[in-house]
Design a protein around this ligand. Structure first.
Ligand code: SAH
Length: 338
């Protein structure tokens, strides 16, 4: 066996015996060839736990009005260059119905942090969408325990709220409006209410180190997440970080693979951000542990305004056709779309 292979092999065994941030950081930084053993292990784990299935989920981005100032995000309230929109309940329900008709069984309702949607208003929307027989996932940011409770009672069963970065200092510099502890309190609250919870983080944030990413991965376990979105940081125009370097696709995929190895049952999307910077690498994410794809079904006229980061080409307007294309892509990668 070549020295390189044995080095990666040893690290892999050590990781399986007992994980630490030092070991994870080392693995993240291995030369390319040596990391291949980790990709293979992640793929094996995924096939064993999940089979060849890839879960397709529809995402409706229903508002880009935001009260927060996250320094990396194009939707931050200080960005006056974008046109803001809010979808009405009937519009959201119609879009959801079209997605359900096209075959989606889970619908993610996501928005910027927009208190215009009060607890009651959003509860009505959740009820309208669950009445289609679909699972509803919410992703609307930090809200009060009472609001989370009302939406759970209305029928939402999952909630996505990425912790963004596990480094409290870095978190503070990126988020003028909040602390990591507040974010984690929300995640714990959601869990306590019985939601299936998704967290996640960005790879390649300015000031981030391999140790930070290692701690991000470990935090997912501490939080007991059912799901984790791991995407590269993509510099967004009209934000304070517009000139920063973006995250690398390779490092993102490595973080994904290590997460799969450590948490075999977790739902791990091949994130949209990854497809924006490297569509071909996103495809290989299915061989590195990913088992979920989130496909936007937001009506076209709004889609181009949901500019968290520079938007990929605005797709067609036909939800069913778009879904068929994704299904074909997944089959071509020897996976089975669900
Ligand atoms: N407002 C909600 C959800 C919308 S933002 C919330 O706070 O949870 C969805 C995700 O987009 C964020 O969690 C963040 O991880 C990601 N994001 C924002 N800006 C980004 C950027 N410039 N590059 C990559 N991902 C970004």
């Amino acid at each position: 066996m070549k020295r390189n292979e044995s080095c990666a092999g040893e690290l892999l065994n050590e990781l399986k015996d007992g994980v630490s941030s030092v070991l994870l950081a080392q693995a993240l930084m291995l030369p390319e060839e040596e990391f291949l053993a980790f990709y293979a292990a992640a793929n094996e784990t995924c096939l064993r736990e999940k089979g060849k299935y890839v879960h397709l989920r529809a995402i409706i981005e229903f508002s880009n009005c935001c009260r927060r100032q996250c320094r990396y995000c194009g939707l931050r309230s200080e960005n006056r260059r974008i046109e803001r929109y809010r979808m009405r309940e009937s519009e959201i329900a119609e879009t959801a119905a079209e997605a359900a008709e096209a075959g989606y069984k889970t619908i993610i309702l996501q928005s910027a942090e927009d208190p215009w949607y009060t607890a009651d208003k959003l509860a009505e929307i959740v009820e309208a969408v669950t009445s289609l027989g679909t699972i509803v996932t919410l992703s609307v940011g930090e809200r009060s325990p009472e609001e989370y409770r009302v939406w759970k009672e209305a029928g939402a069963t999952r909630y996505l709220l990425k912790h963004e970065t596990a480094d409290p200092g870095l978190y503070r510099t990126l988020h003028p409006c909040g602390t990591l502890e507040e974010r984690l309190d929300c995640l714990r609250e959601l869990r306590g209410l019985g939601y299936e919870v998704g967290s996640g983080f960005m790879v390649g944030l300015p000031g981030q180190t391999p140790e930070t990413i290692a701690n991000d991965i470990l935090l997912l376990g501490d939080l007991g997440c059912e799901m984790a979105g791991i995407g590269p940081f993509v510099p967004s125009p009209d934000t304070p970080l517009k000139d920063a370097a973006g995250g690398s696709a390779e490092l993102t995929k490595r973080a994904l693979a290590l997460t799969r190895i450590l948490y075999p049952g977790m739902a791990l999307p091949a994130t949209t951000a990854l497809s924006v910077i490297a569509p071909e690498i996103r495809d290989t994410a299915f061989g590195a542990g990913a088992d979920v794809v989130m496909k936007t079904v937001t009506p076209n006229r709004y889609r181009k305004l949901y500019t968290i980061y520079p938007a990929p080409g605005v797709g067609t307007t036909n939800i069913a056709d778009d879904r068929r294309k994704v299904e074909e892509k997944i089959r071509s990668l020897d996976r089975i779309p669900l």
